[in-house]
Ligand binder design. Structure first.
Ligand SMILES: *[C@@H]1O[C@H](CO)[C@@H](O)[C@H](O)[C@H]1NC(C)=O
Ligand SMILES: *[C@@H]1O[C@H](CO)[C@@H](O)[C@H](O)[C@H]1NC(C)=O
Ligand SMILES: *[C@@H]1O[C@H](CO)[C@@H](O)[C@H](O)[C@H]1NC(C)=O
Length: 358
C-alpha cells in the first residue's frame, strides 16, 4: 500500500540560467490510475509551448491546460489510465519552474498551488498546498482556522506532501493538543509544501501568503524556516499581545524533529528582569504553561521547532473566538513523561510570578 509518488522538478528557479538540457524531452514513466499535477506560476505563452504527451493514454496537450486552478483554487489532474512513458518537452528558452506531483493512492486529494494573491478556503478531503511563488518577505500562512473539537472536528498539518520520503510528512500542528481552543488566528508555515488531514465537521481556514508572526496573538503557531530539517541556531523574541497590565496565561506546545538531537529554550520575560526559562530536548514533545504580566517570549534553539500556542489575553484582533482553558496551576505535561528539570524550573518561575502579581 505504498504511496505511488514521484516528485520531479523539471527545472530550477527562474533566476538560474536555462539549462541546455531544457529543450530535450524528459521521459517520465507513469503508472495506471496516477493523477499528475503541474505546479507552476509560469506565463501562459510559455506553458502552452510546454508539451505533455503519452501515446497510449491519447494525451497530447500542454502544461498550461493543467496548471490553471479551478475556482476553488485546486488543480484538475491529468489522469493516466495505462502504463506508459510521459514525454514532457520544454520550449526553447523557457525558464519557468514547473513541478510535477504524482499521486495515485491518496483518497479525495485536493492539490492547491498558492500564488501571491491566493486566498484558498478549506475543501473537504486531504488538502495539499504548494507555494508556486515566493513573494518578497512573505510566508505561507493558515489564517482564521476554526475547529470544533466538541464535534470531532480536528486538523492536523504536516510539512511536506504525501509521498515525500526524506523526510516523510512531519506533523507541525494538531488541534487535539488543545481541546479547548477552537480558533487560531495564524499559523506561520515557513516551508514551501504542506498538507492537511481530511476533517469532517466544523473546520474552516484560509491559506495565503502573509507576514511572519512577531507578536503572539490569542492563538497560533510559530515555526523555524524549513521545518523540520533546520539545524541552524535561532534566537527570536516574540512580543505578547495583551491589554495594559493584565495578567495572562500562555500555553505552548512545541513540536521538534526527533531524528535530530538538540535543545530548545523558551524563556518568558515578565519585566523587572524576571524570567522563566524552560529547556526542551528534541526527543520529547514538552508543554509549557506560564502565567503573569509577561511581556515577551524568547525562543532559542539549535534545531527546528513548530510551536502551537494560545494565551487567554483579552487583547485580540481576531474574528471568531478562542475558547481558552481556565487559568490552571502551571504544570508540564509531556506525552512521553515529564522532565523533572523542566518541572523544577517552572515551579520556581511560578513562585516568582505569584510574588510579582500578588
Ligand atoms: C502497470 O505497472 C505496474 C507497476 O509496474 C504493474 O504492477 C501493473 O501490473 C501494470 N499494469 C498493466 C496493465 O500492465
Ligand atoms: C476545557 O473546558 C472544559 C469545560 O469548559 C473544562 O472542564 C476543562 O477543564 C477544560 N480543559 C482545559 C485543559 O482547560
Ligand atoms: C488569564 O490567566 C491569568 C493567569 O491565570 C489570570 O490571572 C487572568 O485573570 C486570566 N484572564 C482572563 C481574561 O481570563
Amino acid at each position: 500500500m505504498k504511496l505511488a509518488f514521484l516528485f520531479f522538478c523539471l527545472a530550477v528557479s527562474t533566476n538560474s540560467k536555462p539549462l541546455s538540457l531544457a529543450s530535450v524531452p524528459q521521459e517520465i514513466p507513469v503508472q495506471e490510475s496516477t493523477r499528475l499535477y503541474f505546479l507552476t506560476s509560469g506565463p501562459e505563452a510559455e506553458l502552452k509551448g510546454f508539451t505533455v504527451k503519452s501515446e497510449k493514454n491519447n494525451i497530447d496537450s500542454n502544461v498550461f491546460a493543467y496548471s490553471v486552478p479551478e475556482t476553488d483554487g485546486s488543480l484538475s489532474p491529468l489522469t493516466i489510465n495505462v502504463n506508459d512513458t510521459l514525454i514532457v518537452t520544454r520550449p526553447e528558452g523557457s525558464t519557468s519552474a514547473v513541478k510535477l506531483y504524482q499521486d495515485r493512492i491518496t483518497r479525495s486529494l485536493n492539490v492547491f498551488p498558492v500564488f501571491e494573491k491566493s486566498s484558498i478556503g478549506f475543501k473537504s478531503g486531504k488538502n495539499v498546498f504548494f507555494a508556486v511563488e515566493k513573494p518578497n518577505g512573505k510566508i505561507l500562512t493558515i489564517q482564521n482556522l476554526k475547529v470544533d473539537p466538541q464535534n470531532n472536528g480536528y486538523v492536523r498539518a504536516y510539512s511536506g506532501v504525501p509521498g515525500d520520503l526524506i523526510p516523510q510528512p512531519y506533523m507541525f500542528f494538531n488541534s487535539d493538543v488543545y481541546q479547548n481552543v477552537s480558533f487560531y488566528q495564524q499559523l506561520d508555515i515557513r516551508i514551501d509544501e504542506f498538507s492537511m488531514d481530511p476533517v469532517f465537521t466544523g473546520v474552516s481556514y484560509t491559506v495565503s501568503f502573509g507576514q511572519v508572526t512577531t507578536t503572539l496573538q490569542s492563538s497560533g503557531l510559530i515555526m523555524t524556516p524549513n521545518y523540520p530539517l533546520t539545524l541552524d541556531l535561532s534566537d527570536i523574541t516574540f512580543n505578547i499581545n495583551r491589554v495594559g497590565d493584565e495578567s495572562v496565561s500562555l500555553h505552548m506546545n512545541p513540536f521538534f524533529y526527533r531524528d535530530h538531537v538538540y535543545t530548545t529554550f523558551i524563556t518568558v520575560n515578565f519585566g523587572f528582569g524576571i524570567q522563566q526559562e524552560n529547556s526542551f530536548p528534541s526527543q520529547l514533545d514538552g508543554r509549557m504553561n506560564a502565567a503573569g504580566t509577561m511581556n515577551s517570549v524568547e525562543v532559542r534553539s539549535s534545531g527546528a521547532y513548530a510551536i502551537q500556542y494560545y494565551t487567554n489575553s483579552t487583547s485580540t484582533n481576531a474574528v471568531g473566538t478562542t475558547l481558552a482553558g481556565q487559568g490552571t496551576t502551571p504544570s508540564i505535561i509531556t506525552t512521553t513523561g515529564s522532565s523533572s528539570f523542566i518541572h523544577t524550573c517552572l515551579s520556581f518561575a511560578v513562585v516568582f510570578v505569584s510574588l510579582l502579581i500578588g
